[in-house]
Design a protein around this ligand. Structure first.
Ligand SMILES: O=C(O)COP(=O)(O)O
Ligand SMILES: [Mg+2]
Length: 234
């Protein structure tokens, strides 16, 4: 199978469990770039964080950020950041959670939330269950998704996910999803692995993701990324 592009998650995939970039991932992604295979970052992080990661990695495929809410690629869309969905339901969820959680809302909301265009994110100092309970009775509960990335809890508009927005970006730049190798570690990656021709779970990935993968890496984190790139791309 010909791999035309690599799509890779950030936290827990090209980083270790402390969010530190793995040299092994960086080196292998650069080798793939040098061999003409671009890498696209597909993340729950904000667009500026994702873009800085892309540049520092030496990758060129563009970014899908905020779990699909925002995309950016150099020389695409007049170099403008593209917001795929509005904040209507996420803002309504925030309002609901402010009422039900009280002071816990401000205590646990992520410090990068002010930069988020489409999502709300909470630190894992609050549990997913507490957020689910806080969202009970929310008028638009069926319009939002609650993801645990392993690193944070995301309230995301259901009209987007990492898969739908990666597919959109790839269509725009002329890459066939059948020729994309996608790599991730957690539940917010399921949607984009599903869309890709080659689905790879790094060794530390959640069982649910491993179950739906074509290849499970022997190695964890960046070493898993390196393993898959060497096996399928280089
Ligand atoms: O933003 C997060 O919580 C995790 O980011 P990721 O999707 O790159 O793993
Ligand atoms: Mg991750």
């Amino acid at each position: 199978m010909n791999i035309d592009a690599i799509a890779v998650d950030i936290d827990g995939t090209i980083t270790d469990n402390k969010r530190r970039l793995c040299y092994s991932a960086m080196e292998s992604i650069r080798k793939a770039e040098d061999a003409g295979v671009p890498t696209i970052i597909v993340t729950g992080n904000i667009v500026t964080y994702a873009y800085a990661t892309l540049v520092l990695l030496g990758a060129s495929g563009g970014v899908v950020s905020e779990n699909g809410g925002v995309i950016f690629k150099e020389n695409y869309n007049n170099n403008q950041i593209k917001t795929i969905v509005d904040r209507t339901y996420v803002t309504a969820a925030d309002e609901h959670l402010k009422e039900t959680l009280g002071p816990k809302f401000d205590k646990h909301i992520s410090n990068d939330n002010m930069y988020r265009l489409t999502e709300s994110v909470f630190y894992k100092t609050i549990t997913k269950k507490e957020l689910e309970e806080g969202l009970e009775g929310f008028e638009y509960l069926d319009k939002i998704e609650l993801y645990d990335s392993g690193f944070a809890l995301h309230v995301t508009d259901k009209r987007v996910n990492k898969g739908s927005s990666l597919k959109y970006l790839c269509h725009e730049i002329g890459i066939d999803m059948n020729n994309v190798m996608a790599m991730g570690d957690s539940e917010n990656d399921e949607a984009f692995l599903k869309e890709a021709g080659m689905k790879v779970a790094v060794g530390n990935a959640e069982d649910s993701l491993k179950k739906n993968s074509d290849y499970i890496c022997t190695n964890s984190y960046g070493d898993g990324v390196k393993e898959a790139i060497e096996k399928f791309v280089l």
